[in-house]
Design a protein around this ligand. Structure first.
Ligand code: EPZ
Length: 422
């Protein structure tokens, strides 16, 4: 097991290029199955979840090869539609392969994805939508047995704008006969990126980024190349870090429009934020003021994935900030660990009340989930003394090189192997 050692109290300065977006590349890797050929994916982040997706692709008979940050996937030899339990459990979003497998070969067997650290992760919207397109799905002994000899395009309305369900419907609809009109679709930038990849492959998908996506199925697909957009949550993490620690950073190749709810909160907290087409700059004195209630919501609302890192930035702010987590049931598991550093946070259900404290002190803390782990690093940067953050496998799911990126911004951080003295 590895640890991060962070010594706080150092202001951050420098520039970073932001990695490719995890939540964009995962559905894109599933989408490669739709075309029996080659997909070249540039700006692909090296993450545990990407490795898990590659293992699933290989299990299905496909191959994948890295060259720097370019991943080339070959799917012509896909020979089955079955994903075993141990691979399904590696990654919550493995259910995203279901639509693509059905779209490609009309038959899929995968284990029912379990809950995760954020609470139950139901997939009823995914299954209802695929059934509406003609898929027969039986849930037997923890496995989903799915067959769809002929998927039929139709009009589907999601009861809530689920990101994963939106992506699964789009992928299945590419393999369906006729037109699919998806209403109340999620509008995240990662879905726009998925549409761009599919269109590069020859699919006919329009409307991503709005609430209505229209897919004309069974287009002749072909090999393609695509560059993944930058990860807006990783960018939000580093902006929150600089806001908390103080300093001035510049993030390149970031679409500032994808970050606006986060930068709005940081400006309200007293930071100076400048942005242009593909860069965002933040200056902070390190002394922040509390902000108006932060309510997480589907895009373009405040992203649930940035809730923990913004909370970490507000721990020493002047005043009280209220967070309302409207997307997941159990997304405050980082609170206990932040409290070990001296934070004053009270939670009640979906509400967390953060009262600013004058000082945080370094502590031994444990990552509880991907974004909660990143929040511990943000808090450690503004704490007095040294923090040791363990359970880094959570962080490695979504950050290609958190320690390296923070070090490039001047932070005193080291990733330490288990056999070294702590
Ligand atoms: C995606 O998860 C992201 N993951 C999550 O990022 C992100 O937090 C989430 O969207 C919301 O933006 C990937 O893209 C790989 P949802 P997903 O379906 O698709 C409920 C991270 O940290 N729901 O939009 O699973 C669900 O329980 C991760 O990078 C149903 O009830 O999210 C949740 O309360 C964490 N039934 C809400 O909808 C369903 O069938 C939003 O879930 C599906 C979802």
């Amino acid at each position: 097991m590895n640890y991060l050692k962070i010594t706080g109290g150092v202001r951050l300065h420098g520039e970073l290029e932001i990695q490719g977006a995890k939540n964009s590349v995962l559905p894109i890797l599933a989408a490669t199955l739709l075309n029996a050929g080659e997909s070249v994916i540039h700006h692909c982040p090296k993450l545990q979840d990407v490795d898990a997706s590659i293992r699933i692709l290989k299990q299905l008979g496909c191959s994948a090869r890295w060259e720097g940050n370019t991943l080339t996937v070959h799917t012509q030899d896909m020979n089955c539609g079955e994903i075993p339990d141990h691979l399904m459990r590696e990654m919550r979003s493995s259910v995203i392969f279901l639509g693509a497998i059905l779209g490609r070969c009309g038959r899929a067997v995968l284990s029912y994805p379990g809950g995760c650290e954020l609470g139950p992760r139901p997939i009823d919207l995914h299954l209802d939508a695929l059934r509406a397109m003609g898929a027969r799905i039986e849930e037997r002994g923890g496995y989903l047995h799915c067959s769809a000899p002929k998927l039929q395009g139709c009009e589907i309305t999601l009861s809530l704008p689920s990101v994963g369900a939106t992506e699964n419907v789009i992928l299945a609809a590419c393999g369906a006969e006729g037109t699919t009109v998806l209403c109340n679709a999620a509008r995240e930038p990662e879905i726009v990126d998925l549409q761009a990849f599919l269109c590069a492959m020859g699919a006919d998908v329009q409307g991503a980024g709005s609430s209505t996506v229209v897919i004309q199925g069974q287009k002749k697909l072909h090999d393609c190349e695509h560059r993944v957009i930058s990860d807006r949550i990783v960018a939000a993490t580093y902006l929150a870090a600089a806001a908390a620690a103080g300093g001035e950073i510049l993030l390149r190749h970031v679409d500032y429009r994808h970050l606006s709810p986060v930068t709005a909160a940081l400006k309200e907290a007293g930071c100076t934020v400048r942005s242009h087409l593909d860069w965002v700059q933040l200056q902070s004195s390190g002394g922040l003021r509390a902000v108006r209630p932060v309510r997480t919501a589907p895009y373009p609302g405040f992203p649930t994935d940035a809730q923990a890192v913004l909370m970490a930035a507000m721990l020493k702010s002047r005043g009280t900030t209220v967070f309302i987590e409207n997307i997941f049931e159990n997304r405050y598991r980082h609170v206990d660990e932040l409290t070990r550093m001296g934070a004053n946070i009270r939670t009640e259900g979906r509400v967390a009340v953060v009262c600013g404290v004058p000082v945080l002190h370094g502590a031994r803390v444990r990552s509880t989930d991907l974004r909660g782990g990143a929040a511990l690093a943000v808090a450690a940067l503004s704490a007095q003394g040294e923090s040791v953050i363990s359970e880094l496998h959570h962080i490695d799911r979504g950050y290609a090189d958190l320690a390296g990126d923070l070090a490039r911004l001047g932070a005193r951080v080291a990733r330490v192997d288990e056999d070294e003295k702590i």
